[in-house]
Design a protein around this ligand. Sequence first.
Ligand code: PAF
Length: 280
Amino acid sequence: MQVHETIAGLRAALKAAGQNGQHVVLVPTMGNLHEGHITLMRQARTHGDTIVASIFVNRLQFRPGEDFERYPRTLAADCEKLVAAGVDHLFAPAEAELYPEPQRYVVEPPPEHANILEGAFRPGHFRGVATVVMKLFAVVQPQAALFGKKDYQQFMALSAMVRQFALPIEVIPGETVRADDGLALSSRNGYLTPAERAEAPRLHRCLARIVAAVRAGNRDYAALEAAADAELRARGWSPDYVAVRRRIDLELPPAEGKTPLVVLAAARLGSTRLIDNLEI
Ligand code: PAF
């Protein structure tokens, strides 16, 4: 695997790949890689010949007071995992390389994507995500890019961005990878104390119960959401939301008719904020 810290270095290496007619697939990450990321890397291999991973902890998508400073930076261990996963290139720029001057031109997702659910609790988050991903697309110019469905709203917003800007990039979803007890893998799981780690799978269990109820014909989404919220609070969590939404745009489910749904949740356990979702 070639490791590139500069845009120029990466571009020079990819030019050679492009000249050979290779299909370049990008997997953007913020590092501290776990099996969820590695699964995406393996999946990427089935979509192209040149796999580029990026590791960049993007300050623009963190609010003041969030975990930008303490976000785990584990480059050496990440490199070993990427090599084992057969990744061809790693782009791991310093902040000054990707943002050599304050990033004044930004991608502003529409409020109906950016201000709901995650965006309601993390204002500006999706502007930061869309801006860095647009920049990574400009740097790498991939034919395809993979994003995990654990960040369901991110996947939806980035798919819409690519579609609306007519970018020639296929956006491919990756399934959420879970621990045996159901907890969705996340770099932030490392913040959990042992007691919190034992409690954490409850979030998935609450979502799974809602999925089962809706599949059994219960359409009282508000009651199902409230029951999950109450259970989490009773066990010491601080939920931000538990919400049944339409998959396509994360709007409220229609009163009539059938449409594919997803249930999403975000909740704080101690000092750790966990998110998860399940398609219904
Ligand atoms: O999902 C992530 O890790 C980040 O939001 C992403 C897409 C790499 C942008 O910084």
